[in-house]
Design a binder for this molecule. Sequence first.
Ligand code: DHB
Length: 495
Amino acid sequence: MRKLNLFLFFNLFSTLLFSQEKEISINSKLKFDKNNYLIKEASINGKNIKYCSFENIIYVGKPVDIAYQSMNVYIPEEYFKNESIGKYNSETAPIFLPNSVGGYMPGKIEKPDLKKDGSPNSILYALSKGYVVVSPALRGRTLTDKEGLYTGKAPAGIVDLKAVVRYLHYNDKDMPGNAEKIISNGTSAGGALSALLGASANSKDYNKYLDEIGAVEGRDDIYAVSSYCPITNLENADIAYEWQFNGINNYSKMIITRNTSSEEFNDRSLKRSIQKGELNKNEIEISNILKPLFSTYLNSLSLKDENGNTLYLDEEGNGSFKNYLSTVLKDSANKAISDGKDLRNEKYLIFENSKVVSADWDKFIKSGDRMKTPPAFDSFNLDSGENNLFGTKIVDNKHFANFYKEKFSEEKADSNIIKLMNPMNYIENPESPKYWRIRHGIIDKDTSLAIPVILSLKLKNIGKKVDFFSPWGQGHGGDYDLEELFDWIDEIVNK
Ligand code: DHB
């Protein structure tokens, strides 16, 4: 008996020792090396800025794809000379964490740069304001390994982003910048990942995947979320789209083709063209089936407006939730008017004393085409980007929408993976950030306006501070209001 005990004790001891060694060896590789940087310079509005560029840092211990699991860290040079920039110094500077993901494709490391119009990109702007910037590459839906297995399907992108945040918390003492003040930013699919990163803070549901890639163990919560036009809540996005666009049978589809052999999905590597058409009988029928499903979904959320009134929709899709979107439209118009736009010719706006007092949502929707054909996201033919996101290591495309029941079950993604991709499932998590800024342009038709509004309302209803707005004349895009974005960040980080 004693021998057995001794044996068990020895075994336990060696296992402990071994796992501790393993832990230490992974973590030591993931220590931030303060001395390994290049000094670079950039110019913004005639002002020269110098920053230290830490390049191609692999942020996980067991990378699956080195190019897409590495990041650059940019730090204003002042912080290496014990100087301050405005209110910030090496200890207190917030960490701006933009991701470059578009279309759920792999996202590349981005550099401080000027945009096509000559204005600074968000990274350069953030540096000029004294922020530490972390620009990660993230895996996306088209990546494969040497054997041809898919390595970037859901939930790879969010798992990588969480691994980055864990790296930042782990290295907080050694790295300039304050990991208690991480602000995530992204646009479209990247906006969805940004929202999901915040919502799912410290959730154990992702641990299996984080362990697989050798992420540092620890926290992955952030301070605030900035999300432009998030293509999110994917399993309900088709029914939201048909609720908004049912009856609009003309479409102007954006056809995106790559004009390089690169995997990038950004302005430089893509060609966009508009394909016009009209829904056929079958598509109209699909739209008619999907539209009423949205009322059921919306009512199940028991959302409340700012005055505590419950928002609902009847079977025809009318009700207080639709009226709420009219007020979003009205607020958008009034802001544009106060900025000097003349909107008197917009027939869906009702004016009193040169202010918009109400807006007719249906008329507004009827004033243009739809963009996507039904189902907008989860295509019957499995040929959408989102179908491609939900593939597996060996199957390229899968279904994911809630409206697909038994019929397609064998082609449906694992329900747990679908859950991991939707911030709506995690919002009530008390560790998710208090501060959220969400934007969706009023003429953005890549997803229904209902999707970001639902996200914002749900956040507000549980007591988060949400700055939601739908800018006038704005289509699908992000980072178009950097001054306002950084004013908002400056304000919340000092709270
Ligand atoms: C993006 C746009 C879409 O219309 C979509 O369905 C998914 C992603 C994007 O721009 O990232």
